[in-house]
Design a protein around this ligand. Structure first.
Ligand code: CMC
Length: 430
C-alpha cells in the first residue's frame, strides 16, 4: 500500500528517516531531524531565488506554467479580461468571491471616496526634480502616506486594514498621475469620481482645459483589461517582497513601497520599458537577425519581454494583450514599433535557442507598445504595472497576516566566510 511519505537514508550515518508528504511537498523543517551528531544543526535545503521552494499556501492565483494557464480565485484570466472590470477583479482577489451588485456598488463607492490625496502630498511631489522618474516618485510618495495615516500601523484590526486597502487602491492612480503632471509641468488634475477607475486615471493624466474629460471608451476599456491582467501573479519578486516586508508587521504603505521598489527592476515590472527601448534600439526589421545573434552570443543581452520563471509556454496575458493592441491602434494609429515586435517574435519562436529554453513572449512584450500609443511616457510603464498590482499585493498581504503558519520571514544561509579570527590593529595590517 502506498504511503504519503518520503524515506530518506543519510549515507553519512546510515540512519533512515520517514518524512510526511502533503500537497506534493515536504516541510523543510522536517529535514532538521537529519543530523550527524548532537552538535549538528540539522539538514537544510539550498535554494537561491526560490527555484523549488513554496514559501506559503495561497488560495488567490493559480498558474500552470507548462500549459499557460492563469486563474484568479479559479476564474480563467481570459474570462475576466473579457467580462469583468478591474475593480471587480480587485474585489475578487481580496475577498475570494466575485461581488454581487450591492457589494460591487459599495466597493466602487468606497474606492472612489478615497481618490483624493492630502494637499500636503502635493507639496511633497513638488519637491522632486523636473526629470525625476515617476516610479521613483510613486515609491517614495506611497511610503510617505504611512506618515499621513499612522493608524495604519494597527494591522491586527481587519476594519482598519480594510480602510488602508481602500486608500491604497484609490490613491495610487492619483499619486501616479500627479507625478506625471509634475514632470511635464502641468497643473494637477483632480479625480473625477463620476468616471470609472481607468477613466478617472486617464482624466487625471491627460485632462487639459476642458471642464469635463471624456475618456475614449476603447482606450478606457483597453486600460481596464491591462489592469486586470496585471492585478496578481502569485509569488513573483514584488509579491514575495510584499509578504516578506509585511511579515515584520509593518504598515501596508511601507510594505507596498517596498514591493513597488522590487517591481521597478528591469527583470520584473521594468521589463515593458526595457522592451520599448530595445525595439527603438533595433530600429528596423532588417536589424533583427543581428540583434538575435547578439542575444545568442552570450554577452548578457536579453530579448526583453521574453522568458518567464513559471511560464514555459506562451504567457496567456501576452495573447490577450496582443489582441487588444489592435483595438488600441485603431484609435491611436499603428505603433511603428509593432512591425519590429511581430517580426522579432516570429524569428525568436522559430529559433532553436529560444525553443529549447522554452522562451515565449511574456506580459511585457506588447504592453509597452500599447501604453506608448496611448501617449503614456516610457518612464511611466512600471507605474502602470504597479497601479493594478497593488490589489494583488494587498490580497497576498492579508492572506499572509491571517495564515497561522506564517512568521517573520527569515531565510537561512550557508556561511562561507572566514573562521573566527582575532582583531588586527590597523598598524599591523598589510
Ligand atoms: N533572452 C535571452 N535569453 C534568455 C532570456 C531572454 N529574455 N530569458 C532567459 N534566457 C536564457 C538564459 O540566458 C538561460 O540560458 P542558459 O541556460 O544558456 O544559461 C535560460 O534562458 C534560463 O534563464 P534564467 O535566467 O535562468 O531564467 P529565470 O527563470 O531565472 O528568468 C526571467 C526569468 C523573466 C528573469 C528571464 O526570462 C528574463 O530575464 N527575461 C527578460 C526580462 C523580462 O521580460 N522580464 C519580465 C518577466 S514577466 C513580468 C513579470 O512577471 O515581472
Amino acid at each position: 500500500m502506498s504511503r504519503e511519505t518520503l524515506t530518506i537514508t543519510d549515507n553519512r550515518t546510515g540512519k533512515v528517516y520517514e518524512v510526511p508528504i502533503a500537497e506534493g511537498t515536504i516541510k523543510a523543517t522536517d529535514l532538521r531531524r537529519i543530523k550527524t551528531g548532537d552538535d549538528d544543526f540539522g539538514l537544510m535545503t539550498y535554494d537561491p531565488a526560490f527555484m523549488n521552494t513554496a514559501s506559503c499556501r495561497s488560495a488567490i492565483t493559480y498558474i500552470d506554467g507548462d500549459k499557460g494557464i492563469l486563474e484568479y480565485r479559479g476564474y480563467p484570466i481570459e474570462q475576466l479580461a473579457e467580462k469583468a472590470t478591474y475593480l471587480e477583479c480587485a474585489y475578487l482577489l481580496l475577498h475570494g468571491e466575485l461581488p454581487n451588485k450591492p457589494q460591487l456598488d459599495d466597493w466602487v463607492r468606497d474606492i472612489t471616496h478615497h481618490t483624493i490625496i492630502h494637499e500636503n502630498v502635493k507639496k511633497f511631489i513638488d519637491g522632486f526634480r523636473y526629470n525625476a522618474s515617476t516610479m521613483g516618485m510613486l515609491i517614495s510618495t506611497v511610503a510617505a502616506l504611512s506618515t499621513f495615516y499612522p493608524d495604519a500601523k494597527n494591522i491586527g484590526d481587519p476594519e482598519n486594514r480594510k480602510r488602508q486597502i481602500h486608500r491604497l487602491i484609490a490613491k495610487l492612480p492619483t499619486l501616479a498621475a500627479f507625478s506625471y503632471r509634475h514632470i511635464v509641468g502641468m497643473p494637477f488634475a483632480y479625480p473625477d469620481n463620476d468616471l470609472s477607475y481607468t477613466g478617472n486615471f486617464l482624466n487625471m493624466m491627460f485632462r487639459m482645459t476642458e471642464l469635463k474629460y471624456k475618456p475614449n471608451p476603447a482606450l478606457e476599456r483597453a486600460l481596464e483589461v491591462l489592469f486586470i491582467l496585471h492585478a496578481d501573479h502569485e509569488q513573483n519578486c514584488s509579491t514575495s517582497a510584499m509578504r516578506s516586508i509585511g511579515s515584520s508587521r509593518v504598515d501596508p504603505y511601507s510594505a507596498v513601497a517596498g514591493a513597488a521598489a522590487a517591481l521597478y527592476g528591469p527583470l520584473h515590472g521594468g521589463a515593458n520599458e526595457a522592451v520599448l527601448r530595445m525595439l527603438q534600439d533595433i530600429g528596423s526589421t532588417s536589424a533583427i537577425p543581428e540583434f538575435i545573434k547578439k542575444v545568442k552570443g552570450g554577452d548578457g543581452t536579453r530579448l526583453m519581454g521574453f522568458g518567464h520563471r513559471v511560464y514555459k509556454n506562451y504567457d496567456p496575458r501576452a495573447t490577450i494583450i496582443k489582441k487588444i493592441a489592435y483595438d488600441v491602434f485603431e484609435v491611436t494609429g499603428r505603433n511603428p514599433l509593432l512591425d519590429i515586435a511581430l517580426e522579432l517574435e516570429r524569428i525568436a519562436l522559430e529559433d532553436d535557442y529560444f525553443v529549447t529554453r522554452k522562451l515565449y513572449p511574456n506580459v511585457d512584450f506588447y504592453s509597452g507598445l500599447i501604453y506608448q500609443a496611448m501617449k503614456f511616457p516610457v518612464d511611466m510603464f512600471p507605474v502602470l504595472f504597479a497601479i493594478p498590482r497593488v490589489s494583488g499585493w494587498l490580497s497576498q498581504w492579508v492572506e499572509m497576516l491571517e495564515d497561522d503558519d506564517q512568521k517573520i520571514s527569515r531565510p537561512r544561509q550557508i556561511y562561507t566566510g572566514p573562521a573566527r579570527r582575532d582583531y588586527v590593529p590597523i598598524v599591523k595590517r598589510s
